[in-house]
Each structure stands twice: as structure tokens, then as C-alpha cells.
Design a protein around this ligand. Structure first.
Ligand SMILES: [Zn+2]
Length: 327
């Protein structure tokens, strides 16, 4: 069976080395697998819910079982498998591939995932990386950042984060934690507490998970609004269109802090290609245009900077995970 996924896979270069690879996209709610042939085409897939109640060993045993089943179904033997890459919603330490902690899967922590996978797969090469690094690799090699020397993959979602490509390569940092820029502190000691334990992170002002806390606080302070709980992004966008004061204030705050975040990254790294993904882009308002206007207000140099959106569909996670093998 040939499950080539159309536009997402067009233009994929021949991968270096021979044989098949597996890319695994582990998310807080689901785990997806793709089996790629030597040309980088997806030839088989699998997916299942991620079980947050599993300890690391059974969690990764299940992954190993699914890799074996995926290959068996496609008629690929262990000897033909060149490597397995897994993208995790985790802090993954480099270079040993140890998972320090994982968002939404609290039991997956302090675990030598890379070593465990390689042993469980009988010595087949594995790579384990952070999902932002995976997103950056996928969009840089096959998506909106193709051909760019420098690129920043920016996720606007329940959290705010990034993956950094410098000089055509993924920049991992000294211990693999590069790109956690949503935790850039902009108002030290002020604002809601962030999941990282600090106050004043950009994420605490601009992410979908934190905006409702601000709205509740404003209401407590006596501000009037037509918004009602739950303060979803859809309701906020609707309120913004109707000119509701708190919806407008929430959107202004989000877009201001996003612009501050991006500008700080821009003046630090001078990266001229920003590729945006994430659920906040689906809000029915011109979010990126509003961010861009504020960004341009900070940018006194006025050199060309591109704001783009991701081009790969939901396969980006399995594509980028397989790319970890040559990152
Ligand atoms: Zn934080």
C-alpha cells in the first residue's frame, strides 16, 4: 500500500543513506507514526492516543511495539530500517537524549529515552528531540523555510515557543534546550505565574492558555464585558469583532507581547525569516498583521524581515522527527 500524502511530501529530497526511517510525533494527546522509504515518501502510518497514565518504560515499550508492527505491516525488515526519530513535547537533554520533563505527560521525566529506544529496537539508531526542534527542521527542509540560511519556527498556541535554524542547521544550544523563548522574561516578578515557575514570561501574556486568567482579573477589577466563560479564543475573536473592550484589550495584549518577543529575538539573532504555526492563527482576526504592525514599530533598522506561515500539514511532526536522524 502506498500512502503518499500528496502536497505535503512533494519536493522531498532523497534522504542521505539507504533504507527506511520511522518518524514518531508524540503529543500530549496522540502519538503518530510515519514509515518513510529511502526517497523520503511516507509509505505507512499508524496512530494511537498517548496514555498519560503510563510510566516511561511501558510508554516507550508501546512505541517500540508500534514501530515493529508498522514495519511488519509494510513488509520492512529490521535490517532495512536505518533509524527511528521521535519528537517529544519535552525538555530533551543533548546529546544523550534523556527526557528531563514533558508537558502534558508528567510521568515521562528523568528518563534515558534515546538509550531505551535503541536497546529496545535491537541496536537500530534512534534520535529523540523536542517538538519545536522537529517543527523547525520540517519547515526548514520541506516547508516555508526551504532554502533559507536562518529561520525561526514560531508556535502560537496554548504556549508560545520557537525552534531556531542558524546557518542552515538546527541550533540546539549547549544542552538541547534552545528555543524556549516563550519563557523570555519581560516583566520580572509581575503577571500570572507561568508553568515554568517564573512570573513575567511572554507566554504568560500571549498564550491561549493564559489569556483567560487576564480577562478574569480584569473583570474582578471591575471592567465590563460581554464575554462569558469559557474565554476561548473563538469567543475572544467574536468579542473583538464586536468591539468588546476586554476582548480588544486581550487581543492588543497578546499581539503586543508577541511583537516584543519576536523583536527581541530578531535583534538578538538577526534572523530574517519567521515561520508561524499553531492554533492561534485560526482565530478569526488578523493576528499576524497586528503583530507585524507592532513589530515594525520597534524595528528602526527597517531591513527586510519575512513573516510566513507553515506549509506542511499535520504530517510536519512525523517528517521532522525522521529528520532528527540527520540533524
Ligand atoms: Zn515561563
Amino acid at each position: 500500500m502506498h500512502l503518499r500524502s500528496g502536497a505535503d511530501i512533494r519536493g522531498i529530497r532523497r534522504m542521505s543513506g539507504r533504507g527506511y526511517t520511522v518518524g514518531i510525533d508524540v503529543g500530549g494527546t496522540k502519538t503518530a507514526y510515519g514509515l518513510f522509504d529511502a526517497d523520503g515518501k511516507i509509505i505507512a502510518r499508524r496512530r494511537h492516543p498517548s496514555d498519560a497514565k503510563l510510566a516511561p518504560e511501558p510508554f516507550f515499550d508501546r512505541i517500540i511495539g508500534n514501530i515493529n508492527a508498522l514495519c511488519a505491516e509494510a513488509g520492512v525488515s529490521a535490517g532495512e530500517l536505518r533509524g527511528v526519530g521521535a519528537g517529544m513535547p519535552s525538555f530533551v537533554r543533548a546529546p544523550d537524549g534523556c527526557i528531563i520533563r514533558t508537558a502534558n505527560l508528567p510521568l515521562i521525566r528523568d528518563f534515558p529515552a534515546l538509550e531505551y529506544l535503541e536497546r529496545g529496537l535491537g541496536g537500530i539508531r534512534a534520535a529523540v528531540g523536542n517538538d519545536m526542534h522537529v517543527g523547525a527542521l520540517a519547515e526548514h527542509r520541506y516547508g516555508a523555510g526551504r532554502g533559507r540560511d536562518n529561520m525561526l519556527y514560531c508556535l502560537l498556541s496554548t504556549g508560545i515557543s520557537s525552534g531556531i535554524i542558524i546557518g542552515g542547521k538546527l541550533f540546539r544550544g549547549s544542552r538541547g534546550f534552545s528555543g524556549e523563548s516563550g519563557h523570555m522574561i519581560v516583566t520580572p516578578g509581575e503577571g500570572p505565574e507561568c508553568g515554568c515557575g517564573n512570573r513575567g514570561c511572554v507566554s504568560a501574556y500571549a498564550s491561549a492558555s493564559k489569556i483567560p486568567e487576564h480577562i478574569r482579573q480584569w473583570i474582578e477589577d471591575g471592567e465590563e464585558t460581554s464575554l462569558t466563560e469559557p474565554f476561548s479564543t473563538a469567543r475572544i475573536a467574536e468579542g473583538w469583532k464586536l468591539g468588546d473592550r476586554l476582548a480588544v484589550r486581550a487581543v492588543e495584549q497578546m499581539t503586543l507581547y508577541m511583537a516584543v518577543w519576536l523583536f527581541n529575538l530578531y535583534i538578538t539573532l538577526n534572523i530574517d525569516c519567521f515561520v508561524f504555526g499553531g492554533g492561534l492563527l485560526n482565530m478569526e482576526l488578523p493576528l499576524l498583521d497586528m503583530v507585524r504592525e507592532k513589530f515594525d514599530g520597534f524595528d528602526k533598522a527597517g531591513m527586510p524581515v519575512e513573516f510566513k506561515t507553515t506549509e506542511l500539514g499535520e504530517d510536519f511532526g512525523i517528517i521532522g522527527a525522521a529528520e532528527l536522524l540527520r540533524a
